[in-house]
Design a protein around this ligand. Structure first.
Ligand SMILES: [Zn+2]
Length: 281
């Protein structure tokens, strides 16, 4: 069948909704019956069309949900800046920053280093708006830190939670030089940090603007936390970004874009003017 043999779409076909397969055939013929766009190779893409970074599945939660990560290599191949890991979700009831992740990915592409983005350590918790995994374990107490303490709420051993284990294994391979983790708390907003990360914490808080502060301590013990493992034990600068729980989207978006932009030195992410000096507690 060709477009000329078939002719125009009839009024009956239009009314019956049976016209769309005809359009597909016509479009295929017009395109020379080439392979569908999903099969295009990098070489066939126009130079101006960037390849979208693809999510990789690292493992599965107990509930069967994928644990995913993607790598964004900066506009100069990712070799000109530190390797940065961004963990968007770890507690399922703290989505204030993670809800802007898709929006954040585009400006991150202008960073000169490589960024490894972890979508969600605890998708089972996220699906029901809960802090804990489906096994009742806090995914921020299940890391192989020297201060890990077994407990029902922390797991019988480090990495007992599939999501934590999958992200841990991938981080070992990626070997980050700076890590940013998104959380929220009713005591927020503030930036907590572990390891040699004070300057990054101050940079984030300054750019995020009033009322953000820097708090070197959470004020309570956090055995087996990600910051204990990555920041204290391994000495990798680790920022724990604590948004104010339940804050409006406009607030979390502004703070996330400005704060991450300032920490990474990315042009195009706005730095918000400050109305007063920020406080270091
Ligand atoms: Zn949290």
């Amino acid at each position: 069948m060709t477009s000329s043999a078939r002719g125009a779409i009839s009024a009956e076909e239009l009314a019956a909704g049976t016209w769309w397969p005809i359009l597909i055939v016509i479009a295929a013929i017009a395109a020379g019956c080439s392979a569908p766009s999903a099969y295009r190779t990098a070489a066939s893409l126009p130079a101006t069309e960037p390849l979208a970074p693809a999510w990789q599945t690292l493992g599965e939660s107990r509930g069967g949900r994928p644990i995913r990560a993607l790598s964004i290599e900066g506009n100069r191949g990712g070799a000109l800046g530190p390797r940065v890991a961004l963990i968007a979700g770890i507690h399922g009831n703290e989505r204030e920053g993670a809800r802007h992740l898709a929006e954040l990915l585009k400006p991150l592409a202008t960073y000169d280093g490589t960024i490894r983005v972890y979508e969600d350590v605890n998708p089972d918790g996220t699906s029901r708006g809960a802090r804990f995994t489906s096994k009742g374990v806090d995914p921020n107490r299940n890391w192989p830190a020297q201060n890990f303490l077994p407990a029902r709420s922390r797991g019988p051993a480090p990495l007992s939670e599939p999501g934590v284990a999958a992200v841990h294994a991938d981080l070992q391979r990626f070997d980050p030089e700076l890590v940013i983790v998104l959380h929220s708390t009713s005591r927020g907003p503030f930036v907590n940090f572990d390891g040699p990360a004070r300057q990054y914490a101050e940079s984030f808080a300054h750019a995020a603007g009033t009322p953000w502060t820097v708090q070197p301590s959470m004020g309570y013990p956090t055995p087996g936390s990600f910051g204990s493992w990555m920041g204290i034990d391994q000495g990798v600068p680790t920022l724990t970004i604590e948004f104010e729980r339940g804050c409006p989207e406009v607030e979390s978006r502004r703070a996330l874009m400005a704060g991450v932009g300032a920490v990474l030195g990315i042009d195009g992410l706005p730095e918000v003017p400050r109305s007063r000096p920020f406080v270091v507690d």
